[in-house]
Design a protein around this ligand. Structure first.
Ligand SMILES: [Zn+2]
Length: 284
């Protein structure tokens, strides 16, 4: 599943391709993939003729790709969505849901095997959160100044939810998913099942720094899960190969050589080192 580093990588790559591209047509192959306007014919008609600008924003795992006319294409990839930049004549992917051919002969394609992802066309002057409901409920960006140990202390006080589950809550902090939550907890030496209310100020400081650090590392390595959405560049993410714990069940911890364990927490598979993360002490 794409996480924040993959979506940020996608945003940066789209910035290389989309500005000044004029939409020549829109073909909705699966109407479920379009969130707004709900009628695919209206969605298509309103986008044709629009020209992409260089204003492309990411908020959590949402993307907002603005047109010069002031409208914006909102995107959430969810489980399996991908945005692909192709030549129009390139063979169509089996799970292509929306095709957006440009006047230049290129094409932006939305591919989504599981059909949980969405595209929205946000009219001029309408706040995006009015159209994309999840946007209004997002917590702060992990790179925002207000996201720090003190913020976590305030949000965690008196609660006994496992820290791993709390990190996945997009209302706490936007964009942290399963991979980076596990990595951040390892990096801060915190056991994923510890109740958030019991973490002291030093542990919360370490956790805050670790969340920022692992997301930055993920962005630097072009993300963990996103694959070849353009044909022009090698797009495979590299993070999975360097993960501390994620996806490494049974393999030796890179710090202490204890086999990495996997448990389920809040329905999500959770990887940790039972030695390095036995308590609140830091491993680094
Ligand atoms: Zn270890």
């Amino acid at each position: 599943m794409p996480e924040l580093p993959e979506v940020e990588t996608l945003r940066r790559d789209l910035l290389l391709h989309l500005p000044d591209e004029r939409v020549a047509g829109v073909e909705v192959l699966r109407s479920d993939s379009v969130g707004y306007p709900a009628d695919p014919a209206v969605f298509s008609k309103q986008m044709i003729g629009q020209v992409f600008s260089d204003r492309m924003l990411r908020r959590g795992k949402y993307l907002l790709l603005y047109f010069k006319q002031g409208t914006a294409l909102g995107v959430h990839l969810r489980m399996s969505g991908r945005l692909l930049w192709r030549r129009a004549e390139a063979p169509l992917e089996p799970h292509a849901r929306v095709r957006i051919p440009m006047a230049s002969g290129h094409e932006l394609r939305f591919e989504d095997m599981r059909v949980f992802g969405r595209l929205w066309l946000i009219p001029v002057g309408v706040p995006p959160e009015r159209v994309m409901g999840g946007l209004a409920r997002l917590g702060p960006e992990p790179f925002a100044e207000m996201f720090d140990g003190q913020y976590l202390a305030g949000r965690f006080a008196g609660r006994n939810q496992p820290v791993k589950s709390a990190l996945l809550d997009q209302q706490l902090v936007a964009g942290v998913g399963n991979i980076y939550a596990d990595e951040a907890l390892f990096s801060s030496g915190i056991h994923p099942a510890l109740p958030v209310g019991g973490l002291d100020a030093a542990a919360l400081e370490r956790l805050h720094r670790a969340v920022v650090k692992v997301l930055e590392a993920g962005i630097a390595q072009r993300g963990a899960t996103l694959r070849n959405y353009t044909d022009a560049q090698g797009m495979n993410g590299n993070y999975a190969g360097t993960a501390w714990v994620y996806g490494r069940k049974g393999q030796p911890c890179r710090v202490c050589h204890t086999p990495i364990e996997r448990i389920r927490l809040a329905g999500r598979s959770t990887h940790f080192c039972p030695t390095c993360q036995c308590a609140q002490q830091s491993v680094q």
